[in-house]
Design a binder for this molecule. Sequence first.
Ligand code: TYD
Length: 247
Amino acid sequence: MIPKMGRRGKFITFEGLDGTGKSTQMRKLAAVLRAAGHKVVETREPGGTPTGEKIRRVLLDSSTEGLAPLAEMALMFASRAQHIEEVIVPALERGQIVLCDRFTDSTEAYQGSGRKLGSAVVIELHRLLCGGLQPDLTILLESDPAMSLGRARRRNQAAAHRANLSKAGLSKSGSGSNKSAGKHPDENRFEQQNRAFFVRVREGYRAIAAREPQRVAAVDASGSPGQTHRRIVEVLGRRMRLAPRNA
Ligand code: TYD
């Protein structure tokens, strides 16, 4: 069971379409927070625990065929319930800042809107399986769907290519400095969806932001990573009281 939190830490989630640069921005923010003396946990969904990473493989591998939308949603929540119990709540109870790449808003946008399962079932499952745990702040990165999707597809193709080279013994590591290095080689299942799907996902995100403006901050991510980072730091300064720890 999820303990009712007298929680001391802060829970910040990053959301947006594939390829909006969430993981880069998360890394940059983590560095700033650590430099200010905070203890920071960086994690992601689906995944974030050994069991969750196994579930992630099933969900994102493009060899997974014919997964029913309800099964897809159930697996997202299975990964999340494990993640909350094993990583997120313990870190919050230790007073740490948890930065999470995607959370339940992704399920509402992708499965609720994208797969047309609706918001109500997502919100109900969140209440039942996640104890209603809400982020203190959600950064919603917004950019043009065609641009971000193109970026995500190129990144995943590059990862798959490196994996093939390394399987063939032509490359020592198959690694790189970007997010794809930490990715399973073939995480293309969602990127193969059509444009209409991603338009629905974006509309889903917009509806969440309009419904919960006190929690969700939309940030323009169409500029350079540095510009987006400065906007995020500004949002944090405005919305959260994070006393610098080493001042
Ligand atoms: P992620 O690794 O964040 O992808 P990207 O870096 O390309 O944004 O997320 C993996 C995919 O999983 C992404 O396409 C969105 C999808 N997803 C859902 O459909 N529902 C969910 O609840 C979550 C957490 C992710």
